[in-house]
Ligand binder design. Structure first.
Ligand code: TRP
Ligand code: SF4
Length: 327
């Protein structure tokens, strides 16, 4: 059977949290059933913004890789690899940079937004501007038909399509034009009710211990109107209740919903019930993680095997590219 090929990557900027679990990871897990999947750690991409603090990148890369394996992204179904181990990406990036008009990069909305947001960082580098060209190389190297990404990455895939078209126009039809496959991400709030994000320090990580989860849940902001135990609460605007909806059974949800509105249950108890279910839901992931952490050689072998499979494809593509470009 000829399955369509998809490819996606993550920048190694830190361990993954339950927001990632219900977004990208859930999506990848589903897609691995129906597509030929290439998933990779975009460690060179991390350099485009974190060029001055490179020491943690490889550790993060390992953390994320173990997160993938622990949630069930399977090396039997997918090719899992590390970008910097496949040097062909650098060559294709260079060649694509020759045909990419500067104006395409300068008008990229993600670029403009990040430059204006990350004021404390000098992002006026060649590498940062050229980031989407590297991403285009990642994608078309494997002749991906589709790229599952969140909405923030959609402009990059759009640029990839334009770059691939331009290459095909100059040198012949080598690359399929990849589709953007938008990932539906349920909006998961962190313990402070802002969007869950590693950089906000409000995330519950897949690697958190039961104790850490309990402590974080205890600190979660509930219905802000409910100041005292005797005040009635409103589950509809309470993040703890949102979590109940994701992790608790119907009975527990009912046991919380109405009693909260009548001040029959306190937030402490409500949180304990939720924490218990959240801890249980993440238990299989923690078990898998414990296994991989105890067997680092297994992880290394999986990475090596994925790299080798990716390399075979990358070599083949680059041979075609060099021939098409007569270089
Ligand atoms: N730019 C993506 C991010 O920041 C990571 C990435 C790099 C990627 N290359 C890719 C995603 C290719 C999809 C396809 O999340
Ligand atoms: Fe939220 Fe539960 Fe407190 Fe109600 S009882 S406000 S649902 S934490």
């Amino acid at each position: 059977m000829d399955r369509k090929r998809i490819l996606s990557g993550m920048r190694p900027t830190g361990s993954l949290h339950i927001g990632n679990l219900h977004g990208a990871l859930a999506n990848w897990k589903k897609m691995q059933e129906d597509y030929e999947c290439f998933f990779f750690i975009a460690d060179w991409h991390a350099l485009t913004s974190d060029y001055d603090i490179t020491a943690p990148i490889q550790g993060y890369a390992m953390d994320i890789f173990v997160d993938w394996l622990s949630v069930g992204i399977s090396p039997d179904n997918c090719t899992l690899f590390v970008q910097s181990h496949i040097k062909e990406h650098a060559e294709l990036f260079l060649l694509l940079s020759m045909i990419t008009p500067l104006s395409w990069l300068e008008r990229n909305p993600t670029y403009k937004e990040q430059i204006s947001q990350l004021k404390n960082k000098d992002l006026s580098t060649f590498g940062f501007l050229g980031y989407p060209v590297l991403q285009a190389a990642d994608i078309i190297m494997y002749k991906a038909n589709g790229v599952p990404v969140g909405i923030d990455q959609a402009p990059h895939v759009e640029l990839t399509r334009e770059i691939a078209r331009r290459f095909n126009h100059f040198y012949g039809d080598i690359f399929p034009i990849p589709e953007t496959i938008l990932t539906q991400t349920p909006k998961i709030l962190g313990i402070d009710r802002r969007k869950m994000s590693k950089s906000y320090n409000n995330a519950i990580f897949l690697s958190d211990t039961p104790q850490e989860i309990q402590d974080k849940v205890a600190r979660m902001i509930t219905d802000p109107q409910r100041a005292r135990r005797t005040d009635p609460g409103n589950p509809d605007i309470c993040n703890v209740f949102c979590f109940h909806r994701m992790y608790s059974d119907q009975q527990t949800i009912e046991d919380v919903d109405q009693p909260c509105r009548e001040a029959q249950i306190g937030c402490v108890q409500c949180k304990q019930m939720m924490a218990k279910n959240l801890i249980k839901a993440l238990e299989p992931i923690r078990e898998q993680r414990a296994y991989y952490e105890a067997h680092p050689d297994t992880v290394k072998a999986i990475i090596e095997d994925g790299n080798e499979r990716a390399r075979v494809v990358a070599r083949e593509t680059m041979a075609q590219v060099r021939e098409a470009m007569k270089i």
